[in-house]
Design a protein around this ligand. Structure first.
Ligand SMILES: *Cc1c(COP(=O)(O)O)cnc(C)c1O
Length: 350
């Protein structure tokens, strides 16, 4: 039998600060001292890796976890056997219901269709999502009276805020609608706040909060600014040095032309890794805090940076990719959610 050699380390990597992750969870927990603090770990923990994120969150004290898809359950469940896991998209088929009943995870019931499907499958504890104005998933207030909904055994009654990252009148409107739902539909617990909702204050906290973004370093509201630390630190290595002469053009479509002799470096990160083209012309990588501006376009798997500020660097040296989410969002025009969830799989090989 042939045994393949192990792959050498990649020229790009993601340093995950699990202590910062745990500290963020505790900081969010401290913001809402009378509520339990859960954790949204959907989309592979916002791209950072369930296998690394779950142990840190569990150890910090998180006990309630939220995923979007049924396919995300098993990996999370392995880290919290018998634990509280809610599947936000709810069941679409009898197979989904059978899987929920077999694993003991709770479907989030978002419609009268899902309520009936769950009951037909034998039912059991579930969560219910109220649509208080986002018009995404959830039951409307009038639908609460539907017999299929009345028949449910509800663990946690949920609703989701649409504009909690803004000082919008919609926040208070959604709060009022959720309170009506709480009065009309008995449940063991109530939960409204995502990360931004935690920052809105005690009135929004109820029994359980569901932060996602801020666990991973996102700051959706100014109240959270000093409490939340960066968690994900992408880095990439220089794979080639290059001396440019005046007139030399760099990268796809030649959007940069050197006006003087300069040292440049080709670096192993690109849009195939989640470092998107929007960084072209406005991004910079860093070495020991020195900014190394991008030259020309992000091109598939690579960028070219200006090494004038760091002439001693060589092939194989690592550069930091500035990725503090609030600042990176301002610089790139991407949302903090997009920035964290798009980091590519190749960054996780280290
Ligand atoms: C993703 C999600 C969350 C977490 O939201 P953040 O803004 O990332 O904190 C909470 N609740 C629901 C229903 C979600 O879909």
């Amino acid at each position: 039998m042939r045994s393949d050699p192990a792959s050498p380390p990649a020229a790009l990597r993601l340093k995950l600060d699990t202590q910062a992750l745990a500290a963020n969870w505790r900081a969010l927990d401290a913001f809402a001292p009378d509520a339990a603090t859960g954790a949204a770990v959907k989309a592979n923990a916002y791209g950072l890796g369930v296998h690394k994120v779950m142990p840190a969150l569990r150890e910090a004290g998180a006990r309630d976890f939220f995923v979007a898809h049924w396919g995300e359950v098993n990996e999370v469940l392995a880290h919290t056997p018998g634990g509280s896991i809610s599947v936000l998209h709810g069941p679409l088929t009898a197979d989904d219901c059978a899987f929920a009943r077999a694993t003991g995870v709770r479907p989030v019931i978002n419609s009268t269709f899902q309520a009936q499907l769950w009951t037909d499958a034998g039912g059991g504890p579930c969560d219910v999502m109220i649509d208080s104005g986002i018009n995404r998933l959830g039951l409307s207030l009038p639908q609460i009276g539907d017999p299929a909904v009345r028949a449910l055994q509800i663990d946690t009654l949920l609703s989701h805020l649409a504009s909690a990252d803004e000082d919008s009148a919609q926040n208070a409107e959604q709060l009022a609608i959720f309170k009506q739902a709480c009065a009309a539909l008995p449940a063991r617990r109530r939960s409204l706040a995502n990360s931004a909702g935690i920052g809105l204050g005690e009135a929004y906290h109820f029994d359980l909060t569901r932060p996602g973004l801020s666990l991973y370093g996102g700051v959706p509201r100014p109240e959270l600014t000093n409490a939340i630390c960066q968690v994900a630190y992408p880095q990439a290595a220089i794979i080639q040095l290059r001396d440019l002469s005046p007139g030399d053009r760099v990268g796809y479509n030649a959007t940069f032309t050197a006006t003087r002799a300069m040292r440049a470096a080709v670096v192993s990160i690109g849009y195939a890794d989640g470092y998107l083209r929007c960084w072209s012309g406005r991004g910079a990588l860093q070495s020991k805090g020195r900014a190394l501006p991008l030259l020309g376009r992000v091109s598939m798997d690579m960028v070219v940076v200006d090494l004038v500020a760091a002439p001693e660097l060589r092939e194989g040296d690592w550069l930091d990719i500035p990725y503090a989410l609030p600042q990176a969002a301002m610089a790139s025009g991407l949302s903090q959610y997009e920035l964290i969830t798009i980091l590519g799989r190749r960054l996780h090989q280290s």
